[in-house]
Write a protein that binds this ligand. Sequence first.
Ligand SMILES: Nc1ncnc2c1ncn2[C@@H]1O[C@H](COP(=O)(O)OP(=O)(O)OP(=O)(O)O)[C@@H](O)[C@H]1O
Length: 252
Amino acid sequence: MSDKKNQDGKIVVKDLRKSFAALPVIDGVGFSVAEGEFVAIVGPSGCGKSTLMNIIAGFERPDAGQVLVDGRELTGPSPKGIVISQHGSVFPWLTVQQNLMFGLTDAVHGGTAEEKAALADHYAAMVGLKGFESAYPHELSGGMLKRVEIARAFVVKPEILYMDEPFSALDALMNLRMRNELLRILAEERHTVLLITHDVEEAIYMADRILVLSARPTAIQSSFEVDLPHPRRLSSPEAQALREAILKELGL
Ligand SMILES: Nc1ncnc2c1ncn2[C@@H]1O[C@H](COP(=O)(O)OP(=O)(O)OP(=O)(O)O)[C@@H](O)[C@H]1O
């Protein structure tokens, strides 16, 4: 990445530091994400990945350092971004359509109730949930719930997607399917994406760039460009070499 991009990144993270009581967790993390770029962050278990994501998404304050979105310092959750996490945020008492309409506020998105419902249905179809618009979450499988969550994130047309281990609660097959689903949607609607994962292959499969974190207190240890065309084959020599290099950085 050029210095120009570093200066003008969609997200610019500057020298973040954070401790919980006497426990130092983040020890000077800085990087930037260009508009439309997909950056993955991998790191050892417990190094501070979620803490870092919470700070970058504006849910937690750092002790020192700054996060800028479009050049403006964040002081709380950015209205330009949306978080998809492992835990899920689908409301059990609302149907799929109602869940998707929930984030469409009059102030930001406007539109009549019919227009909102049509938009919700469009995104439900986009993630393969056509015919399930009136279903309640308890009637859906884990993979379908994850699709609802992805549709819920996309329907509000966020400029930034923050993903913290989004697919780690899914079984291996569904995990692979959701990766492809996400890439397919991103090919249609480009967003800036920040993905936190402990899964090196997931990062290689999806990201443009991978940052490797050190053990706690964490800092960026190295950075890898993933200059491979999509759809990527994880068994290709290039992907395997990258995997080896990243695992070596992680001490594995
Ligand atoms: N609110 C908090 N109060 C006190 N300590 C915390 C808090 N949040 C996180 N920690 C501590 O900070 C460290 C980093 O936690 P964090 O969840 O950010 O790591 P992680 O890399 O996301 O972990 P994992 O790989 O297990 O998902 C841990 O030791 C954790 O106990």
